[in-house]
Design a protein around this ligand. Sequence first.
Ligand SMILES: [Zn+2]
Length: 393
Amino acid sequence: MEAILKKQLEDYIDSHRQEMLDLWRDVVNLEGNSDDLAGLRLVVDRFKAEFEAAGMTCQLLPMGDKTQDYLVGTLGSDRPGKAVLFSGHYDTILPRGKYGPSPFRIENGHARGPGVLDMKGGIVIALYVIRALNAIGWAERPLKICFVSDEESCHEHNDKAGETLMREAEGCLCAFNMETGRINNDICIGRSARVGFDVAIDGVAAHAGNDFASGRSAIAEMCRKVLELEALTNLEKGSTVNCGVIRGGTVANAIPGHCELNVDMRFLSQAELTKTVEAAKAICEKTWIDGTHTTYSYRVAMPAFETIPGVMELYELTRSASEAYGYGSPGKIVLGGVSDASYLTMAGVPTLCSCGVRGENNHTDEEYGLVESLYERAKLLTAVVLHLDEFKY
Ligand SMILES: [Zn+2]
């Protein structure tokens, strides 16, 4: 049975290599950074047509006038059992045309082009997993997709992103976020939350020689706050607070009347995030130098992808399927960079991230994906879905 399934899924993927590569090339050449609504439209229309051709019922969900629609779809909604979700984003980070027209190319087994790795390849993999399952005749559970258009901008102009992802994930058995795969084959089982925390202090500017006593230094007040904020770092818990940018003062002979600070915070759990943000607010609300006034604002750019119950079991199932089928033994990793897997686990759905094409250097000119990993990962994830009846937690 096992051997027959293995041969069926491998035959399907192997006989569609050129088709997979052609689609990957086409969608990379269409580009589409988060703000390029016209470019993104071409990408999402192409993906929608492809998933529909695979039998899915698809829908485009409007996200306001600064964000392109999200693509969602279901196959086999009348099937028994909980659905399996494939998620990801179809936007890229680099400005259109940076590499000229048709930027997709292959050199020495490395595919290059904007978003080739992060993460157009992952969406192509999800499509061919679904097609392979159809070809094998597997119909045990519904299959779902949810691909967003603004992950690279951390959903900056779209306050419906989180709730939409959580709603689409709600009730699913498990999810595979088809993000950038790790070059060493590691699968991501957790990611930090990211918070941007900004502080501004107004003091009293005065001449440093003639009128020193009238001054109230915004920089001196900020320095005390910087030390206290950074002391909130707790490496054991994976919580970091980095006061990364500071601007203040005008000339050396004036008491500085204004100072601004930009802080980056990362957390492995939502509980640590809440606790630390509350502590940071308390630091800002305390005044050391009378006559200074502090204001602050913060934004949760992305919540934590927590290793909730079921994540490790899903990883173990993936690792054992990979070993059984001869695709190697993937390791596991918790990453500091953010992804939308956060919202899927917030909906209580065990999720693996970094399931897409393997490669390196995303967000840079040197981004590449390993061409062979397009086929390998499609085979692996098809095998994992075929074995989901063993997924228990
Ligand atoms: Zn990405």
